[in-house]
Design a protein around this ligand. Structure first.
Ligand code: HSE
Length: 307
């Protein structure tokens, strides 16, 4: 389903029906799974909700929708015996949601530290390595196509906060929404901040951090001083990386492309296969994925301390 069915597309001739009616596609009995890649919370929200109501599993890349309405939509999916695949909603092609759901299930996760916004990482890399101005670096990111339609979602840190809300909800078996996260973007950084950080042995990265802190959870997205010797300091350009700290496995690092059509497609196909196998609905029902009430108190913003 596309906005403009008349636009030329490179699709296998005669095998793919292209039209513009979302409701008709969802109602079509031949459609077993609905893949939502619209973005935003309005049209996409209606599409996802009506697909689930019709008893169809959904695969989505929509972090804004899930961070705003995740628990309600997951509850609806469970009540209908279907599932929601959402690997592409965070860190694009990196299978970090699968790692948290399945691979690291034997661990208590103590911390999540991520570079989860490719646009900000690209901008900071250009400012650090090429000495570019903030404005030129933003324009470069838009030209290369990984910025959101409205790049303020990226540079304000909100996109990263939506991703951290999902990562933290899964990692810490709790319920976190975007507005509970202390967010600071990269718009106030100047070339001299980056230069001074470099002289002191650091690079500045926009980090999304969730960690257990004596009975509470500390959650924040902010430009952060990362020692040049830290592996995250070398994550450059539009690449993403997520460090997970598990009680049994210790430090695990996931690195890869967090944006772009093919990395997103990689995650979407993985979700489709899991839906087809029946794993998504089964796991989400049996393991209460994103089903929990807020279980751990969040550290108040004024008690967060960081470099
Ligand atoms: N605008 C996002 C980014 C795209 O730059 O990381 C992927 O969510």
């Amino acid at each position: 389903v596309v906005r403009d069915p008349g636009k030329g597309r490179d699709l296998p001739g005669g095998t793919v029906a292209v039209h513009s009616d979302v409701a008709a596609a969802i109602a079509d009995p031949a459609v077993g799974v609905v893949v939502e890649l619209i973005g935003g919370t309005t049209t996409a929200g209606t599409a996802v909700e009506s697909a689930l109501r019709a008893g169809k599993s959904v695969v989505t890349a929509n972090k804004a929708l899930l961070s705003a309405r995740g628990p309600e939509l997951f509850a609806l999916a469970r009540s209908k015996g279907v599932g929601i695949g959402f690997e592409a909603s965070c860190a694009g092609g990196i299978p970090v949601m699968a790692a948290l759901t399945y691979g690291l299930v034997g661990n208590r996760i103590d911390a999540v530290v991520g570079i989860v916004n490719g646009t900000c990482n690209f901008i900071l890399t250009q400012m650090t390595r090429e000495g570019q101005s903030y404005g030129d670096a933003v324009a470069g990111a838009q030209k290369l196509g990984f910025a959101e339609a409205d790049p303020t979602m990226d540079v304000s840190g909100r996109d990263a906060a939506q991703k951290l809300a999902l990562l933290a909800s899964l990692a810490f078996d709790t319920r976190v929404s975007e507005e509970q996260i202390n967010v600071e973007g990269i718009g106030e950084l100047s070339p001299s901040d980056i230069c001074f950080a470099g002289e002191l042995g650091y690079v500045i990265k926009l980090l999304a951090i969730g960690q257990r802190a004596s009975g509470s959870l500390s959650l924040r997205v902010a430009p952060t001083l990362v020692p040049k010797s830290d592996v995250l300091a070398d994550v450059s350009g539009s690449f993403n990386a997520v460090s997970l700290y598990g009680s049994a496995v210790g430090h695990c690092l996931f690195y890869g492309r967090g944006a772009g059509s093919l990395p997103t497609a990689s995650a979407v196909v993985s979700d489709l296969v899991q839906v087809a196998l029946g794993t998504t609905a089964l796991a989400q029902r049996s393991m209460a994925v994103l089903a929990n009430e807020p279980s751990t108190p969040l550290l108040p913003f004024d008690r967060l301390m960081a470099r």
